[in-house]
Design a protein around this ligand. Structure first.
Ligand code: 5GP
Length: 180
C-alpha cells in the first residue's frame, strides 16, 4: 500500500543550474586539452544532471550510460551492486567522467568506479550531484560534488520515488503526511 506524501523543495532549479556552471568550469580545468573524454551517466537517476552538465562543458565529449542495481522501487539501498546494463563503447586509454545522482552508502559509485577502472581508462573521475556523508558505509568520495545534503529521501531532477517525480525541476524531500 502506498503512503501519502508531499514533496518539500530542498534545492531550487536556479541553485542547481548555478552549481553546474561552476562544476563544469572545474571539470574543464581538470580535463583541459582532452579530445577523448567519455562522460558516463549512471542510469537512471543521473539522466537530467548529465544532460545539463554536458551542455555546460566546453570540451569534445562522448556520452555513454551504464546501469547498476540500486534501490529498486523502495527506499533502502541494496548493498550488493550488480551491473544491469554495460557501456556501449570502449574506455581503454580514454578519459572517463562517471556521473551519479547521489552518493549515499557509497556502494554503487565505488563498485562502478572499480569496475570501469579495470578497463584501464587513461584518467577516471567521478561527480555526484548530491552527497549524503552521514549515510556512508564505504570509504568513498566523488571527485566533485554538487551539494552535501542531510540524511533525507529526495526526489526530482531525474531522481525518483517508485519511478515517479523524476520530472520535477528541483530537488525535493519526501515527507510522509501520515506520520504522527
Ligand atoms: P549508494 O550505493 O551510495 O547507497 O546509493 C546510491 C544510489 O541510491 C543512488 O544512485 C540512488 O539511485 C539511490 N539513492 C540514494 N539516496 C536516494 C534518495 O534520497 N532518493 C532516491 N530516490 N534514491 C536514492
Amino acid at each position: 500500500m502506498s503512503r501519502p506524501y508531499v514533496i518539500d523543495q530542498m534545492i531550487s532549479a536556479k541553485s542547481i543550474a548555478a552549481r553546474i556552471e561552476a562544476l563544469a568550469r572545474d571539470i574543464h580545468d581538470a580535463f583541459d586539452g582532452t579530445d577523448k573524454l567519455v562522460v558516463v551517466g549512471l542510469l537512471r537517476g543521473s539522466f537530467v544532471f548529465i544532460a545539463d552538465l554536458v551542455r555546460e562543458l566546453d570540451l569534445p565529449v562522448e556520452v555513454d550510460f551504464i546501469e547498476a542495481s540500486s534501490y529498486g522501487d523502495g527506499m533502502e539501498s541494496s548493498r550488493e551492486v550488480r551491473i544491469l546494463k554495460d557501456l556501449r563503447g570502449t574506455i581503454e586509454g580514454r578519459d572517463v567522467l562517471i556521473v551519479e545522482d547521489i552518493v549515499d552508502t557509497g556502494h554503487t559509485l565505488s563498485h562502478v568506479t572499480d569496475y570501469l577502472r579495470s578497463r584501464h581508462p587513461a584518467r577516471l573521475k567521478t561527480i555526484a550531484l548530491l552527497d549524503k556523508p552521514a549515510r556512508r558505509e564505504v570509504d568513498f568520495r566523488a571527485d566533485w560534488t554538487g551539494f552535501e545534503i542531510p540524511d533525507a529521501f529526495v526526489v526530482g531532477y531525474g531522481i525518483d520515488f517508485a519511478q515517479r517525480n523524476r520530472n520535477l525541476p528541483y530537488i525535493g524531500q519526501v515527507r510522509f503526511t501520515d506520520d504522527a
